[in-house]
Design a binder for this molecule. Structure first.
Ligand code: SF4
Length: 233
């Protein structure tokens, strides 16, 4: 589906498939406009790189952060550090609705009994609400992360919105180079073995040789929270 008044995802992808991340974000801004474009960030271990590239293009692009109620204190602190370090001007922390939590997860055990339902009420639904004013969103997935991410295009059809994946083509070394050149602070948990950080109950340390996302939903078949596999409406 093509959002009203915008080129199709295929058209944009053809034009941007070899573009540098900053060029992709600048093109998104030009085509969509700042009022209709948002970036979604988990403020995780690699998030500062995309936020830095965005801030160099325009630090006032709205940034949506899903505060699920299960995040590490260190992630909340990292959000605040990056806001200050990068001069981010419009970070919106979005929480699940209290009434939904009371109705569907009164014991806070859904992460264990039905993690897909837990992600739906804490991530997928809040994101759909937060994205309501926007026609397109930017996210930080990379092909090198593998799994369902191995084939993502630079621009894709995300339902009623376009999705820009400026880091689709980048390598792990490219990300490290952005951190190093800009002297970006690492996530506070990175030094203690967390290569990918999400919610507390569903995040564990990774061992040497494991993929970065191996510590997410360990022991389950689940590999994605749903914000990228369920098309937003
Ligand atoms: S990652 Fe875990 S705790 Fe967080 S919303 Fe999903 S199932 Fe719930």
């Amino acid at each position: 589906m093509r959002p009203a008044g915008l080129p199709s995802a295929d058209e944009l992808d053809r034009a941007l498939r070899n573009a540098a991340p900053a060029e992709v974000i600048a093109a998104a801004l030009k085509v969509v406009g700042r009022e209709r474009l948002a970036l979604v960030s988990s403020f995780g271990t690699e998030s500062a790189a995309l936020l830095k590239v965005m801030a160099d293009v325009d630090p006032a692009i709205p940034v949506i952060f899903l505060d699920t109620g299960w995040l590490f204190e260190e992630t909340l602190a990292y959000r605040d550090t990056l806001i200050a370090t990068l001069g981010l001007r419009d970070v919106r922390s979005i929480k699940p609705l209290e009434e939904t939590l009371t109705r569907e997860d009164p014991e806070r055990e859904l992460w264990f009994s039905d993690p897909d339902a837990c992600c739906r009420i804490r991530k997928v639904e809040p994101l759909a609400r937060a994205l309501a004013p926007f026609s397109a969103w930017i996210n930080g997935r990379k092909r090198f992360q593998g799994g369902l991410r191995a084939d993502i295009p630079v621009v894709e059809d995300g339902g009623i919105r376009l999705k820009f994946n400026p880091f689709a083509n980048v390598s792990r070394e490219d990300i490290e180079a952005i951190y190093s050149l800009a002297k970006l602070p690492p996530h506070p948990l990175a030094a203690s073995g967390f290569l990918s950080v999400g919610c507390m109950p569903c995040t564990s340390r990774t061992s040497a040789g494991e993929d970065a996302r191996a510590g997410r939903w360990r022991g389950r078949t689940k590999t994605e929270c749903g914000i990228h596999t369920v098309k937003t409406s």
